[in-house]
Ligand binder design. Structure first.
Ligand SMILES: Cc1ncc(COP(=O)(O)O)c(C=O)c1O
Length: 419
């Protein structure tokens, strides 16, 4: 019989196999200093374009003050236990009520982490006779939620309403046989490339097909819509989203998440979300901190306006300089370049070491072979000078990519490593 660990000794997995070349630099990098537009990476000052602190709340003095006071008042343990047993408080309830009102739903329920919360939401909404139809480019938390499903599931082509409709036809036929219902899942904003989910077109299909609609609006909440209520508000279809999900990990610069919808559905989920029923309640410091952040989202529209000033300057500047930023319709700002993985690594080193720009890099298999995706997250703390400096750096590295500098550098590194 084999040792269980044998496969681990042999194969570190699709990402783990790159650990010796990438760890500490491309993956698990350590950004130091206060969370802001400029931080330190390996002792050097860098403009940070990789932190989802959209509204700049992470280090806002008022937020820091409330976080510190709540920490002093409650410590980091309170309340102990799961919500259902001993972890429920008035403030948890107050936050739920305020969140529901903010996103225009009857009720909301808090989740410890968005990831687990989404997994359990999907798990609780469907039984084995039901059918799930979801976007093929969904976030891992959706994919893992779907993995728990004992019944049928179909993916549709990314953000492709025609493909969704084809799959809805198949799902409808199947549901007629099983006696189940249909759950459609999309993201409000797809976090890698920045397109908004086609929520408006999807809810239009409700006229023809019978389904319920779950939207993961992690990147839309706080950044889109007139009041910041997200992609549903932006597209005028918030009422047609049956279960709305957002995390505190982005605009709210915190930890935790929530779902919102009709009261009867939220009441059901409250008693059936396994990751919440059998895990410790969201700690009070985070609840008090979230109440403060939500209040700022509501009362300080200048935060979202500042964010969009930076987003617009960055995205229009990139386009004016001829960069391909794909089809983004949100703050997420991708830049697509052409090159191999070793070239991408040399380019990112150059950006960080010589131009002081820190952004995330995405390569094959997440994007097609030969594509380098540099992904930038603008925030309200960035300045127009940060944008200008970044645009100039991008123009330079594009020139160096095109004149073969990174090919030569990567070949030299490969030779030094004996490859
Ligand atoms: C689209 C999407 N859904 C869900 C999550 C998970 O949320 P959390 O970080 O609260 O677990 C993330 C990442 O934060 C995300 O980008």
């Amino acid at each position: 019989m084999k040792d269980l660990f044998e496969k681990i000794y042999r194969d570190k997995g699709p990402l783990g196999k790159w650990a010796s070349q990438a760890e500490g630099y491309f993956v698990f990098p350590k950004l130091e200093g206060q969370i802001s537009n400029r931080m330190k990476f390996q002792g050097k000052d860098v403009i940070t374009w990789s932190i989802n602190d959209y509204l700049g709340l992470a280090n806002h003095p008022e937020v820091r003050k409330v976080d510190a006071e709540a920490g002093a008042a409650y410590g980091s343990a309170y309340p102990m236990g799961a919500r259902m047993m001993s972890g429920h408080t008035d403030l948890h309830e107050q936050l739920q009520n305020e969140l529901a009102e903010f996103v225009n739903k009857e009720a909301a329920y808090l989740l410890n982490f968005g990831y687990q919360g989404m997994v359990s939401t999907i798990d609780a909404l469907v039984s084995k006779d039901d059918i799930i139809v979801y976007d093929v480019d969904s976030h891992a938390c959706i994919i893992d939620g779907v993995r728990l499903h004992m019944g049928k599931r179909f993916t549709y082509k990314h953000n492709d309403v025609e493909s969704l409709e084809k799959n809805l036809e198949r799902a409808t036929k199947m549901a007629e046989q099983t006696g189940g219902g249909i759950l459609v899942i999309s993201e409000g904003v797809f976090g890698m490339r920045g397109e908004q989910g086609k929520l408006k077109e999807i809810v239009e299909l409700k006229k023809k097909y019978n389904f319920r609609f779950l939207v993961d609006d992690a990147h839309g909440f706080g950044t889109l819509g007139a009041t910041g209520a997200g992609a549903g508000e932006e597209q005028g279809v918030q009422d047609d989203i049956d279960v709305y999900f957002a995390t505190f990990a982005k605009s709210m610069a915190g930890t935790g998440a929530f779902i919102a919808g009709d009261k009867e559905i939220m009441d059901y989920l409250k008693y059936n979300l396994r990751s919440q029923m059998f895990a410790k309640s969201l700690q009070m410091q985070l609840v008090v901190g979230a109440l403060k952040r939500l209040d700022m989202l509501r009362t300080m529209p200048e935060l979202k306006n500042n964010l969009w000033t930076i987003v617009n300057a960055l995205q229009s500047g990139l386009k004016e300089r001829g960069f391909d930023i794909g089809t983004t319709q949100s703050c997420v700002t991708p830049v697509y370049l052409k090159g191999s993985i070793p070239e991408a690594m040399a380019l990112v080193r150059d950006l960080r070491e010589n131009y002081g720009i820190f952004c995330s890099i995405v390569v094959y298999p997440v994007v097609p072979k030969g594509i380098i995706l540099l992904r930038m997250i603008p925030t309200a703390t960035h300045t127009l000078e940060d944008v200008e400096e970044t645009l100039n750096a991008f123009s330079s590295i594009r020139e160096r990519l095109q004149n073969g500098t990174y090919k030569r550098l990567s070949a030299a590194v490969a030779a030094a490593m004996g490859e």
